[in-house]
Design a protein around this ligand. Structure first.
Ligand code: NDP
Length: 243
């Protein structure tokens, strides 16, 4: 079988890192990504390498559309097209809407939503042209499904991702390319601040935060051959929070 390569945006840390490690354990070659070179990215590169697969790392700011597209196109020209793309890089900038600055709105929308266009659009035709099918998974959030106070910007961006996934899935279904979203609830990573935890934990039926591995397993399933008939869905990984 031809080895399959997966690109994961924002895989220096957190959910992206856990996804890269899980996919490497399952034998995929990995293209890591971070905003800029960092210790975390180098460490993840080393940790994936130990698992015996091919791995390389790209760095670019996903809010810089030109740079994002150029780096990705250069990479696939040199190394070939990916089997799967995981659009994971994201940020929060929580504040009630009344106090939300235009910068906060723009930064969150650009990082979480516009990056879907910048990362996926240049790769769509190359993926179609492989004639092997493929996988696209966007990391949305339960905030995009339910809305969350203090996160009007983030909820809008993550809901937008779900719309993008549902529309693109229709365009690519006949090409055997599946397009899905995962919607994690509260996951233990750098992104979560203590006050969020205090407020949200009592609302989670399973009474615990999720782990990055909980999300990584779901993404790995959607990327796998086992999920070849699953497209245009949103898989919630939230301990029952939304239901
Ligand atoms: P982390 O903060 O742990 O990691 C964020 C990752 O995104 C890092 O790799 C970071 O790179 C990268 N990144 C952020 N901004 C940019 C940018 N402008 N350009 C390039 N890379 C960028 O986050 P999580 O692992 O918690 O989150 C991953 C995804 O999961 C996000 O989309 C988030 O919204 C989503 N999510 C998280 C939940 C949670 O509870 N943690 C819940 C629901 C969804 P670098 O290290 O170089 O900065």
């Amino acid at each position: 079988m031809q080895k399959q390569t997966i690109f994961i945006s924002g895989s220096s840390r957190g959910i992206g890192r856990a996804t890269a490690l899980q996919l490497a354990r399952e034998g995929y070659d990995i293209v890591l990504h971070g905003r800029a070179p960092s210790e975390a990215l180098s460490q993840t590169l080393e940790d994936v390498k130990v698992l015996g697969v091919n791995v390389r790392a790209l760095t670019f700011d996903v809010t810089d559309r030109e740079e994002t597209q150029q780096k990705l196109l250069d990479d696939i020209e040199e190394n070939g097209m990916y089997w799967g793309i995981v659009v994971n890089a994201g940020i929060t900038d929580d504040v009630t809407f009344a106090g939300m600055t235009p910068e906060s709105w723009d930064r969150v929308l650009r990082t979480n939503l516009d990056s879907f266009y910048s990362v996926v659009q240049p790769l769509v035709m190359p993926m179609v042209k492989t004639r092997r099918g493929g996988r696209i998974v966007a990391v949305s959030s339960i905030s995009g499904v339910m809305g969350n106070r203090g996160q009007v910007n983030y909820s809008a961006a993550k809901a937008g991702l779900i719309g993008a996934v549902k529309a693109l899935a229709l365009e690519l279904a006949s090409r055997k390319i599946t397009v899905n979203a995962v919607a994690p609830g509260l996951i233990e990573t750098d992104m979560i601040e203590d006050f969020v935890l205090e407020h949200a934990l009592p609302l989670i039926p399973m009474k615990r935060m999720g782990t990055a591995d909980d999300v990584a397993h779901a993404i790995a399933f959607l990327v796998s051959d086992k999920a070849s008939y699953i497209t245009r869905t949103v898989l919630e990984i939230d301990g029952g929070l939304h239901g």
